[in-house]
Write a protein that binds this ligand. Structure first.
Ligand code: BTN
Length: 326
């Protein structure tokens, strides 16, 4: 995103109409340059309306991400754990940013207004239009190797559930291992990327995407039923959400480093979307059907198949419900 595009989005953030002429005056460029910048903002996923005689306006007002407004929602106990925290305007992927980060920080985090190559699980892309949603990543160094990471993605999912509960959303659910759903529609996703050695220190980058206000045009590119927070509960502040999510995430990582996933098991199970339901597991070349029976202490999925309990580990399979919940 260019500085001009950012200045224009700042002007439009109030949701009111602004004439092209006035924006040109305020930004010190020609009306043609303003018009071009507005076109480019549309390609980044911003819904800008034009009404002749009134000018340009966003579909709704917008709260831009702000570093200090985010950090004020972290108590000292988690804020001081973060060695670096950046707010980006546009990046390829917040996960990629932290994987590239060459400094030796053990714990750092970032958020972005826009991702032009947002990554989802299983090589899919994560639709990341400008200015409406939350794209947040946290990088954490584990000194004891990858063997200690079993169940980490479930602990992260619990941190997301705790955050949503704090905002009054009690009925979000988790589809193993860590998809966040609300009434059968996807609200958010979690992507863990790990580099390092299996026995030595390794770096984990935890990326979380939450649909906050998804423009309809971008939503059309999502290949499954989805929902955004704005349709569940109006008026949620993106900066507050980012701050509280970061707090719960850091707190969960501190607990996980100390004592593994046992302290998350109960909350994860309370949000388990697959529990007691008919589940289809897709494996390369095969489909398995069973009844969801929760998770094992290491975070593996438990399914009852022909009266036997079978376990499946992260990455092996992708479950879906036989019937979509109401
Ligand atoms: C999924 O497929 O469900 C996981 C989606 C994870 C998306 C987030 S958005 C922030 C971070 N940066 C990325 O490129 N991906 C993750």
């Amino acid at each position: 995103m260019t500085p001009l595009q950012y200045t224009i989005i700042q002007l439009l953030a109030d949701g009111l109409f602004h004439s092209g002429e006035r924006m040109a005056r305020e930004t010190g460029v020609s009306r043609a340059a303003v018009w071009k910048a507005l076109q480019e903002l549309r390609t980044l996923g911003v819904a800008v309306h034009a009404v002749s005689g009134r000018g340009y306006a966003l579909a709704h007002s917008l709260e831009l991400l702000d570093q200090s407004a985010i950090l004020e929602h972290l108590p000292d106990s988690t804020r001081f754990v973060l060695e670096q925290f950046d707010v980006h305007r546009s990046v390829d992927s917040t996960n990629a940013c932290l994987l590239r980060q060459a400094n030796g920080h053990a714990v750092s985090a970032c958020v972005a207004e826009h991702q032009n190559a947002g990554r989802g699980r299983r090589g899919r892309s994560w639709i990341s239009p400008l200015g409406g949603n939350l794209y947040l990543s946290l990088r954490w160094r584990f000194d004891e190797g990858m063997g200690r990471l079993a169940g980490l993605s479930l602990a992260v999912a619990v941190a997301v559930i705790r955050t949503l509960q704090e905002f009054g959303i009690q009925d979000a659910a988790l589809k193993w291992p860590n998809d966040v759903y609300w009434h059968g529609r996807k609200l958010g996703g979690i992507l863990l990327e790990i580099t390092g050695e299996s026995a030595g220190p390794c770096l984990v980058v935890i990326g979380i995407g939450i649909n906050v206000t998804m423009p309809a045009a971008s939503g059309k590119d999502i290949d499954q039923p989805w929902v955004d927070l704005a349709s569940i509960r109006a008026g949620i502040s993106r900066n507050q959400l980012a701050g509280r999510l970061l707090h719960h995430l850091v707190e969960a990582l501190l607990t996980f480093t100390q004592s593994g996933m046992s302290s998350f098991e109960q909350e994860w199970c309370a949000a388990d979307l697959l529990l007691g339901r008919e589940v289809i597991l897709s494996q390369p070349g095969a489909e398995i059907r069973g009844i969801g029976r929760g998770i094992a202490p290491d975070g593996a999925l438990l399914l009852e198949i022909a009266g036997q309990l079978q376990r499946y580990t992260y990455g092996e399979v992708s479950p879906r419900l036989l019937e979509r919940p109401a």
